[in-house]
Design a protein around this ligand. Sequence first.
Ligand code: NAP
Length: 246
Amino acid sequence: MLQGKTAIITGSGRGIGKAVAMRLAALGANIVINDIVSSVDADNTCEEIKATGAKCICIKGDVTNIDDVKALVDGTIKEYGQIDIFVNNAGITRDGLMLRMSEADWDMVMNINLKGAFNCIKTVARPMMKNRGGSIINMASVVGVMGNAGQANYSASKAGLIGLTKSTAKEFSSRGIRCNAVAPGFISSAMTDKLPDDVKKQYFDAIPLGRFGTVDNIADCVAFLASDMSSYITGQVICVDGGLVM
Ligand code: NAP
């Protein structure tokens, strides 16, 4: 389905990003793993993908640093010649109630989750325009749609990412570049493992399908948005959440 295509996935050393990278590789894409410079997971994930016979390289760097992002895009073009799929997946949480939230926690979350995606889209758009095509997929969250007490910074960053998705979809559609967002609900991963049990129970009780999601559920949706099966879809936010938001 993705034979000959090249995909960059940010923050893909582990969790959702890793599952996405492994899925796109299994569908035939050439993969670029990106994660922060100190990430050992990123090297391991790259080796794991190469062991399946797929093409994979690892270019580490911080998405908040524009020089790192340029090196990521330039390095990918040097290796594979072009970029077809870019998944803005890198993201963090620094939860806390609004009245107690520090400016540093606000800035850090906005910087990585939103400005990181801005840096990446701005940098990858030119080579995609040159190719007259591409699929950009932004990892938002259901809390960017519905809000969440204790996550003012995170939900604002994800709501911002949704606005960024729709605006770039409008700007780039004439160049054949599609831009969509995936909004995961509660997905079992390192990010959600650290939540208190009462918060997990609250989520669980609100999910109509009666289970938490898996990283593979998200990879399924990203694979669809990355492929030509979604060639008439742009500017959309797809909630993959067991029906939490409807
Ligand atoms: P995760 O396991 O924490 O993975 C995120 C990855 O991004 C980590 O490897 C992290 O590196 C990396 N990263 C952090 N800052 C970075 C930066 N500045 N530059 C490059 N990479 C960076 O989280 P996840 O659960 O897989 O989540 C992936 C995405 O899905 C995030 O955008 C998250 O907001 C979104 N999401 C997740 C859920 C969920 O239920 N899990 C729900 C909704 C949305 P480190 O090793 O330094 O942490």
